[in-house]
Design a protein around this ligand. Structure first.
Ligand code: ADP
Length: 606
């Protein structure tokens, strides 16, 4: 109950009212009693005086006999409706209205008699042994000619005055009780009214705590409660703004993390993953929902990553290292930083350098390849020239042979340089395509016709499956033919005698492209090389590629991509390869054939 503010306000009032009312009623009832007793006393004195005047003649001058005046006493007692006692000068009972005088002790020592003796009038209130009740006594001396002849005592039971006093006291108590009840109710009502706004405030505060930040209170007064309500509403406003700002910042952070290319992962002090962005999930080959709450070791699953994270935890310092995850063919630069949030959290950053490293490898390979490709013909040229100079000049037929060989080497070098130039022109977009709707047959047939003799020499069957009804493709015809030439030429080169090369074309499922495939039954390409054969100078099988430069497929891929198409290879070592590329279907709005015709691109040597 004391935890309730209503009662805390009301209770002191209630106690105060109770005390005040109690004290007041006690005081009033006492005062009433005292005044009643004083009145009783003075009435008794008056009555005693009347009795004295009438008793005086009957009192004997000398010692009287006990009980001799009982009748007189009785008569006055009847008149006054009180107890009347007539006492002799020595204290003996001469007359008594309410008891047997003979049984009564000497009364000279009674306080009222003593007082009367001394002061001329005495009174006393006490318990009467004779009548066994509380009495008020008034005594007066009786004198005849200045000589004391006795005392008259009149007494009444206090009950007589007590009854009205009790009545009065009851009335006072009832009134006090009613007043108290009324005051308590009033105090409780006032307290309830005072506490009401506080209760409302509590309710709204609770709603806010539960997330309803729009909860507000109506300001109904201008007192302290009103001010508190206003302050509370203001606080709600501020809170909502802060929460909104935080939510916006959080959203922004989430978006940044979502879109980041680098992997970000945060672990708590127990080493559990608290946060990871999609990039991190992808790099670590896991799902965001699965990884959250797991230990870092369970999520990273790589000894180097786990070691790095442990070192950071142990030293409290940033750690960074290049980590290669071979299973996923990934090369990462990993930074583990302790977060200064006092909770021993760590931030793990994963930069994916796989692509960069691949490019570096390609560049390195490119340089070493080009040096290698140049060195061989240059070395043989040098040898030819030296031989010519030293010995063959004197032997014209031999000299002619050497010169023919030198010419071939120079042709091969020129071919390579041309291909390289062509490649870089396509790559840099300096060789714009002259696109025009072209029948698929126009792209496929000329190269096949041209390469047929070469296939025959290799004892290979080169054939084309009958073309279905296909729409025209939007291509630069010369360059599209170059793609076919290079692919078929490779197929011839890498297929042992007796094999077959089949070219086919069909409409791609998406209907917006024609897919052309060149299939052979040749040596095939090892799986590990398949992703790299489209790189410049890359040769899967150097022994077999013979005079090839390793540039043919690089040109093919660039040309196909420049047309908006895609190329892929399917191959099994020892069983053959199928290269498939797409060319876009020409729509009705496609441009018409341009004039003049395009410059022919270099074909592969046949
Ligand atoms: P080149 O033929 O001049 O060596 P390419 O770029 O045309 O260069 O081909 C690159 C490599 O791809 C070749 O060296 C060869 O190892 C492989 N390759 C290409 N086509 C085929 C094929 N049809 N069958 C087997 N291997 C092939």
């Amino acid at each position: 109950m004391l935890h309730n503010i209503r009662w805390r306000i009301a209770l002191p009032y209630v106690l105060l009212i109770l005390t005040a009312m109690g004290a007041l009623s006690l005081y009033l009832s006492n005062a009433a009693r005292n005044s009643a007793l004083a009145e009783l006393e003075s009435n008794l004195q008056i009555e005693a005086r009347a009795v004295v005047e009438n008793v005086r003649p009957a009192l004997p001058a000398g010692d009287g006999r006990v009980g001799e005046l009982d009748a007189l006493a009785q008569r006055w007692a009847d008149i006054l409706s009180a107890r009347v006692t007539i006492i002799g000068p020595a204290g003996e009972i001469l007359g008594e209205s309410h008891a047997d005088a003979a049984m009564m002790a000497n009364h000279l020592r009674r306080p009222e008699v003593q007082e009367a003796l001394v002061t001329g009038a005495g009174s006393n209130m006490r318990f009467s042994d004779t009548l066994q009740q509380e009495m008020m006594y008034a005594a007066l001396p009786v004198q005849v000619d200045g000589e004391l002849v006795g005392f008259v005592r009149v007494a009444l039971p206090i009950d007589r005055v007590q009854a009205p006093i009790v009545d009065l006291r009851n009335t006072i108590f009832t009134a006090a009780l009613l007043a108290t009840i009324f005051a308590v109710l009033l105090a409780v009502a006032i307290a309830a009214r005072t506490a009401l706004p506080l209760r409302r405030l509590t309710r709204v505060a609770r709603r806010m705590a539960e997330g309803d930040l729009d909860a507000r209170l109506l300001v109904t007064s201008r007192d302290e409660i009103g001010e508190l309500t206003q302050a509370f509403n203001y606080m709600g406003e501020q809170l909502r703004e802060k929460v909104n700002t935080l939510a916006e910042e959080r959203g922004l952070l989430a978006t940044v993390l979502e879109l980041m290319v680098d992997g970000v992962l945060v672990t708590d002090s127990d080493g559990r993953v608290q946060l990871l962005n999609p990039a991190a999930a992808q790099l670590l080959n896991t799902q965001e929902e699965e990884a959250l709450g797991l230990s870092f070791a369970q999520v990273a699953r790589h000894y180097q990553l786990i070691d790095l994270w442990r070192q950071c935890q142990a030293s409290g310092e940033e750690q960074s290292e290049a980590v290669e995850i071979e299973a996923q063919d990934l090369f990462l630069h990993v930074v583990v930083t302790p977060l200064q949030d006092g909770r021993q959290s760590s931030l793990v950053l994963l930069h994916d350098l796989t692509q960069l490293r691949r490019l570096q490898t390609v560049r390195r390979d490119f340089i070493s390849n080009i040096s290698h490709e140049l060195r061989t013909p240059l070395a043989s040229l040098k040898a030819l020239v030296e031989t010519l100079r030293d010995t063959a000049l004197d032997d014209p037929p031999a000299a002619r042979r050497f010169l023919d060989r030198a010419d071939q080497e120079v042709d091969a070098l020129t071919q390579m340089v041309q291909e390289l130039l062509e490649l870089s022109r396509i790559e840099s977009g300096k060789a714009p395509l002259r696109l025009a709707p072209t029948p698929v047959a126009d792209v496929l047939l000329p190269p096949l016709e041209r390469l047929k003799p070469q296939a025959r020499r290799g004892n290979l069957t080169l054939s084309m499956e009958p073309l279905p009804d296909l729409p025209d493709v939007l291509v630069d015809a010369e360059r599209a033919r170059q793609v076919v030439t290079n692919l078929v030429h490779n197929a011839i080169k890498f297929t042992p005698p007796g094999g077959a090369i089949t070219v086919r074309a069909r409409l791609a499922p998406s209907q917006d492209a024609v897919a052309v495939s060149v299939e052979d039954t040749g040596v095939g390409i090892p799986a590990r090389d398949q992703s790299r054969i489209f790189e410049r100078f890359y040769k899967a099988d150097r022994a077999r590629s013979g005079g090839g430069t390793g540039l043919g497929l690089a040109i093919v891929r660039h040309l196909v991509q420049a047309h908006g198409g895609r190329i892929r290879v399917q191959s099994r070592e020892g069983q053959g390869s199928t290269f498939t590329f797409t060319l876009p279907v020409a729509s009705e709005t496609s441009p018409q054939p341009p004039e003049p015709p395009p410059q022919p691109a270099p074909d592969r040597p046949s």
